[in-house]
Design a protein. Sequence first.
Length: 253
Amino acid sequence: MKLKNKVALVTGSSRGIGKAIALNLASEGAHVIVHGPIEAKELNLSFEQVKALNPRSIKIAAELSDSNAIAEIFETIKSTFGRLDILVNNAATQNPSPFLEIKEKDWDHVMAVNLKAPFLCGQYAGRIMSENGSGKIINISSVHAYDVRRNYVHYSSSKGGLETLTKSMALELAEHNIQVNSLVVGAIATDLTPADRCENLITAIPAGRVGKETEIANIVTFLSTDTCDYLTGTSITIDGGLTLGFCASRPDL
């Protein structure tokens, strides 16, 4: 139980990678705040599975494009637990569109969820963590922060910003014994990644396969432990070698 009695918020943990992270943290003893944008069947299912591993876990439904909703998340955390030890900024959105056709409202929404929300969550979390003298913040980024693809200019821009935000947060929060790192994630098989797209990606991945949600979760758990107290401001790429020059030869990625 590497994280016994730690309190962890995982945004976007009602499904996919976020859910796998929440389950892994709970299995190591953390009290997890399971989050989703709305009250829905998948949020309830994820929460029940997490709660079976750690009964002190709770769920929160909140739209991360709403700064007031984000403030309420942290008010609930503070009133319920009185502390926060781990923040995983996992929630993200994407709305593929050619650059010349992206609407301002779509740009704003992607930026609000993918970049502004991690900034606000990091700020609220940092204040709570600094009171307790320690904390871990892990931002879930993407290989497309560096290797851009067509129709995702707003998504790639948000993830590029998240990478810089990670380093800036790490620099300023180090004096409070708060470590901030990011995971630069490649192709992972989830309910959002159709099987046929996974098959197309395999030829571009030196490892010969797409990643598993649990592989991301395992690294997040590792970064959340005291073992990583001297690791901060770092971006860890987990992509099976996808970014080793292979993206450039695949214009469809």
